[in-house]
Design a protein around this ligand. Structure first.
Ligand SMILES: [Zn+2]
Length: 336
């Protein structure tokens, strides 16, 4: 069997004709396998959904309990037969519950890695390399200029700023699934044990992380209605970046806007967003991680899904690994 008979790009997403299922479809389908809970990968309205327990729970939190017709939880490493095709889920190290999906038939194995990273992250299971014939990778930061620094060093910048500007409320923008919990956990690991205030839209996901054993310390709602803005003097407030563009943010005491994202490597992006303190913290691979992963797996072929496809395809060709872009549309890297 040729790889593109087992899995091929279709308008709704990656499709397996033999198993009759899609991976991370961008429109409603009869059977979907979902790599992780970010909204560009996990959409509501499918018939049957197969995903990790955490991803199913996250989808329910975001979309309500009728987010799909029926659901089945896949444990990491469990082999599941779908119409003669074997599928299994393996940790991707991206956000809580995130998985790579291995698809196998007649001795051919394709791994769709979804979004993944190699760096340490105590809020989710670490990426596990899965040997395969074809490796499907994203390329969100697929240019040699992207080198992500050590996350704890970035957190150190926030702690330094809190000492320098003890009067100012430090507003840290971080996407609601994955990044905000990671930022809070990183702060705790750097010894910050004061209460951390969170925007209301993060509450349910933070509670869920805590219920799965990820200690986030003392979290409190960042509500101004009752108190005085000076209540939040020198405090850390975490919220989605969108909340910081509106009136909510301006009500805090001399707000200092920080933003935790892999894109903060790009100075222009920080400037345009009015970000005073950019924190380069990414849940995606940087260029060295992407290329080292391909070297380590040594697949016979690489398919690149979304991001900077061309540069990574070119790198693979120079390294002697056949590669091609899949030109899948609809993935916006919400999580970074
Ligand atoms: Zn993601």
């Amino acid at each position: 069997m040729k790889p593109d008979q087992l899995l091929k790009p279709a308008p709704a997403g990656l499709y397996c004709p033999a198993g009759d299922f899609y991976i991370d479809p961008v429109r409603p389908v009869a059977r979907a396998l979902i790599t992780h809970g970010h909204s560009d990968h996990a959409r509501a309205g499918h018939g049957a959904v197969l995903a990790t327990r955490e991803t199913l729970d996250i989808m329910e939190i975001r979309y309500g309990e009728d987010f799909c017709g029926s659901s089945q939880a896949a444990a990491f490493g469990e082999r599941i037969d779908l119409n003669g095709v074997t599928v299994s889920f393996h940790p991707a190290g991206h956000v809580l519950g995130s998985a790579q999906i291995a698809v196998e038939k007649d001795g051919l194995r394709i791994v769709a890695s979804g979004d993944y990273k190699r760096g340490a992250d105590p809020t989710c299971a670490a990426y596990e390399p899965v040997p395969c014939d074809v490796f499907i990778t994203e390329a969100t930061f697929g240019l040699p200029v992207f080198h992500h620094p050590e996350p704890k060093a970035e957190m150190g910048k926030l702690l330094t700023s809190l000492k320098q500007f003890p009067e100012r409320s430090h507003l840290v923008g971080a996407y609601s699934l994955g990044k905000s919990q990671r930022v809070i956990r990183l702060l705790r690991d750097c010894g910050y044990d004061l209460p951390i205030y969170i925007h209301g839209s993060l509450a349910r996901l933070c509670d869920y992380y805590v219920s799965r054993g990820i200690d986030l310390g003392d979290l409190r709602p960042a509500t101004l209605e009752k108190g005085d803005p000076t209540d939040f003097r020198g405090a850390v407030i975490v919220g989605p970046p969108s909340a910081f563009a509106d009136r909510w943010a301006r009500r805090f005491n001399e707000p200092l806007i920080a933003f935790a994202s892999g894109w903060m490597m790009v100075r222009q992006r920080a400037k345009q967003g009015g970000v005073e303190l950019p924190l380069v913290i990414s849940d995606h691979c940087d260029w060295p991680e992407l290329t080292e992963t391909i070297r380590e797996l040594a697949p016979s072929e690489v398919w690149v899904t979304h991001g900077r496809e061309e540069a990574l395809v070119r790198w693979c060709e120079l390294a002697g690994v056949p590669a091609r872009p899949l030109h899948l549309v609809g993935y916006e890297d919400e999580g970074d």
